[in-house]
Design a protein around this ligand. Structure first.
Ligand code: HEC
Ligand code: HEC
Length: 369
């Protein structure tokens, strides 16, 4: 009898004990959190963003996790951030970014800032993403590199399976989207939301615009050169008219242009023509923003210029004629800009004012893993 009484007794003790001990706290199940993300645009005009992908804190955070996620690639070695380095205005110091199989593409990685102002709103020409504008929205764009054999070389099915094994992602998808579903569409939307947050407008140039700082004499001469029109009858004394194409607050017209890199016969890449099918678009490429340009070498769609001196040589006296050359560039071909050493130094001093350290070091864009 004794053992049975003892067992009953200890059972009673256990029952009493458990009844008095509070349950250990359980983590709350992740729930949809629609808290809107307030995009800070400072002195920029508010961008017109897609209505069907409202930015939320949770969506942006998911996009940030995905941007730095190596599981998006076939062998789990490469994230978006490996070809888009924050310190380089989200471009890559390599001429051609190397994809997971060690293969090179044929285009240089692009800078990623102020993309919220690049969205295509049904314009017949201009706007859109990639060097050749083949994606109208970031949402269309972001899944491309994942499936591209030369880049991340992974199927979206596998990506989803890998992410589904990770409870952190399961939760974050629940917080970011009402249905909580882990889907291709939600990956694309979260990345789009995160890319929209990359706003660069706190450079010295912005401070100058807002009247907070004064330029040095050299910066000011460079600014005038950059913005003033070129006068073929007086090349030595006129401007370099960079702002003809690198215009507006983002230093890009967001149009596709041919700035005289190659003669027709040497165009290895037909650029925008590959998208529009129009011969008049041969060798045209997206006019890149020049914000943070001093940290994003090498330059051009094929990374052919190693540094800013080579870029300035090109515009000063290296441009080549072709059937689709921008008419404005014809002056550069026929006359050259006639820049003196001082002009070049001034232009570079001005370009340095476009460097936005707060953006390049903003912890909100860094790897959250
Ligand atoms: C292997 C290197 C590599 C990886 C990885 C990569 N990219 Fe890119 N990215 C590029 C290159 C190269 C281009 C230009 C391609 C072209 O024009 O055909 C580009 C272009 C872009 C653009 C267009 C920018 C503009 O102004 O039009 C965006 C946006 C972008 N990438 C985002 C991403 C995202 C998001 C990921 C991850 C899902 C990613 N990239 C992964 C190399 C890479
Ligand atoms: C006719 C329009 C036009 C003018 C004028 C022009 N650019 Fe460009 N710029 C472009 C286009 C288009 C590209 C991209 C070309 C390509 O990659 O094929 C470009 C590319 C660049 C790049 C490379 C950026 C990158 O991310 O790779 C730099 C730097 C640059 N331009 C600086 C200048 C400067 C400085 C001036 C004035 C001396 C100038 N540009 C005048 C149209 C122009």
């Amino acid at each position: 009898m004794m053992p049975r009484i003892a067992t009953a007794f200890s059972l009673a003790v256990v029952l009493m004990w458990t009844a008095c001990t509070p349950e250990p706290p359980q983590p709350l199940p992740a729930e949809y959190d629609p808290t809107p993300y307030e995009l800070e645009v400072g002195h920029f005009p508010p961008p017109v963003l897609p209505m069907d992908n409202p930015m939320t804190e949770a969506g942006v955070q998911l996009g940030r996790m995905l941007f730095h996620e190596k599981k998006l690639s076939g062998d789990n070695t490469q994230a978006c951030a490996d070809c888009h380095l924050q310190s380089r205005n989200f471009s890559d110091p390599a001429v051609f970014s190397v994809g997971i199989a060690g293969q090179e593409g044929s285009r240089h990685s692009m800078v990623l800032s102020n993309l919220a102002w690049h969205v295509h709103h049904g314009e017949s020409h201009g706007h859109g993403f990639f060097w050749d504008g083949r994606a109208a929205s970031l949402r269309d764009q972001v899944l491309d590199p994942i499936e591209d054999a030369l880049e991340m070389d992974e199927s979206l099915e596998d990506v989803m399976a890998k992410l589904a094994e990770d409870p952190e992602y399961v939760d974050q998808f629940r917080r970011a989207f009402e249905s909580g579903a882990m889907s291709e569409d939600h990956i694309a939307r979260a990345l789009e939301q995160f890319l929209f947050t990359m706003v660069s407008n706190q450079s010295r140039y912005d401070q100058w615009l807002l009247g907070e700082v004064e330029f040095t004499e050299s910066e000011e001469r460079g600014r005038v050169l950059f913005f003033d029109e070129f006068d073929p009858f007086n090349p030595e004394a006129s401007g370099a008219d960079c702002a003809h194409c690198h215009s507006g607050l983002d230093f890009s017209s967001h149009q596709f242009g041919n700035n005289g890199l190659d003669a027709d016969a040497d165009m290895a890449d037909i650029g925008y023509m590959g998208v529009t099918g129009e011969e008049g678009d041969l060798g045209k490429f997206k006019t890149p923003s020049l914000r943070n340009v001093m940290v994003s070498a090498p330059y051009m769609h094929d990374g052919r210029f190693a540094d800013i001196d080579e870029v300035i040589d090109h515009y000063d006296h290296g441009a080549l004629s072709s059937s689709t050359l921008d008419p404005m560039m014809q002056y550069n071909v026929d006359y050259g800009l006639g820049l003196t050493d001082q002009d070049r130094a001034d232009l570079i001093a001005f370009l340095h004012t476009l460097t936005d350290v707060a953006f390049l070091e903003n912890p909100a864009f860094s790897n959250p893993h």
